[in-house]
Design a protein around this ligand. Structure first.
Ligand code: UDP
Ligand code: MG
Length: 324
């Protein structure tokens, strides 16, 4: 790794925010103060993901006080992944940090992350040590998710690494070059690769409000992740088909053999009904799995942009060394 301690890069911090009006006023100045110690050229790219509270007013006021803030309002609620994408697209710093707007990502970690970048890491990602906020069911499902998505995959998505990370411009440009619309960021970070370093952290409690990702939201994100980064479900179908065919062949051979040996045709009513129900179940399930993939393909070919911007306030970095 090439050390970069002689460089003093500009830093962008991308912050997706959905209904975080009560948190932004305290969280943004904290982040700004910490980053200003690390660099003279700092910007905060706050992406308002179609908030329905008074985020816009709060941000207008903050923009008036802090010229380092670039406020981007999306035309509706697109979800955290598209919001992050919007922020990454707008960020102009040579180093880009992603943070939540609810104060759960401790700013005290930023100097350590920056130091790792100076030592040559292209990506520094924070790994949650514990997840007290998750129920037992949720954490076993999370474990299962990482097993499934990483099964037989060349690219492994590190467990419990979230979006809290610092990236070199090179990595950001690599992310921006990926054309897919269905953006499962955790997968994309892993896919682009580069020198990555993990650091442990303890997430803080949410400053105000409650999490947007319940069991349902997490399940849907997990499904997106699995479908976007693994063809294991398709392989599982093929394997199931093979096993069932082999079983059916064996059973057929046994029926025929039994007829010749004992001379009785096997009474087959129950077997037929159970067999039919079982196989139609498997077939419907297989079609369902295929449909999930076809649906994602449909989303991709429509070529719709992942987000739309309705408002831009502030300028962020005044003179970026890096021009997008
Ligand atoms: N978020 C967003 N759009 C959404 C949901 C969430 O931009 O549709 C933002 C949210 O404002 C916060 C971050 O994503 O800054 C993480 O969300 P949250 O705290 O609800 O999730 P958790 O911390 O429980 O994973
Ligand atoms: Mg949170």
């Amino acid at each position: 790794m090439m050390p970069r301690s002689h460089l003093s890069p500009s830093i962008s911090c991308v912050i997706p925010a959905f209904n975080e009006a009560s948190n932004l006023g305290t969280v943004l100045p904290q982040i700004l103060a910490t980053l200003s110690i690390l660099s003279q050229r700092v910007e905060l790219v706050v992406v308002d993901d179609g908030s329905r509270d008074d985020t816009t007013q709060v941000m207008q006021a903050l923009c008036a006080v802090h010229p380092e803030i670039l406020y981007i309002k999306l035309s509706r609620n697109f979800g955290k992944e598209p919001a992050l994408t919007a922020g990454i697209d707008a960020a102009r710093g040579e180093v880009v940090v992603l943070m939540d707007a609810d104060g759960q990502h401790p700013v005290s970690l930023l100097p350590e992350m920056f130091k790792k970048w100076q030592q040559g890491s292209d990506v520094v990602y924070a790994v949650r040590k514990t997840r007290d906020d998750q129920s037992g069911l949720q954490s076993s499902l999370t474990g299962l998710f990482y097993k499934m998505v990483n099964f037989g995959n060349r690219v492994k998505i590190p467990a419990n690494a979230g979006d809290f990370r610092l990236m070199d411009r090179m990595v950001v440009d690599a992310l921006k070059s990926l054309p897919e619309r269905n953006r499962f960021m955790k997968g994309l970070y892993a896919w682009v690769g580069f020198n990555s370093t993990a650091i442990d952290y303890q997430p803080l409690p949410r400053a105000d409000g409650k999490s947007n990702f319940g069991l349902r939201g997490s399940l849907s994100l997990a499904l997106t992740g699995i479908l976007a980064f693994s063809i294991a479900p398709l392989r599982a179908l093929t394997a199931t088909g093979l096993v069932l065919s082999a079983l059916a062949l064996g059973y057929g051979a046994w029926v025929v053999g039994d007829y010749f040996i004992s001379g009785i045709a096997v009474p087959g009513y129950a077997t037929i009904v159970v067999g039919m129900m079982f196989f139609s179940g498997i077939q419907l399930l297989s079609i369902g799995v295929l449909a999930e993939y076809v649906g994602r393909i449909y989303e991709e070919v429509k070529q719709r942009p992942p987000y739309l911007i309705s408002q831009r306030t502030g300028s962020g970095l005044a003179e970026p060394l890096y021009a997008p």
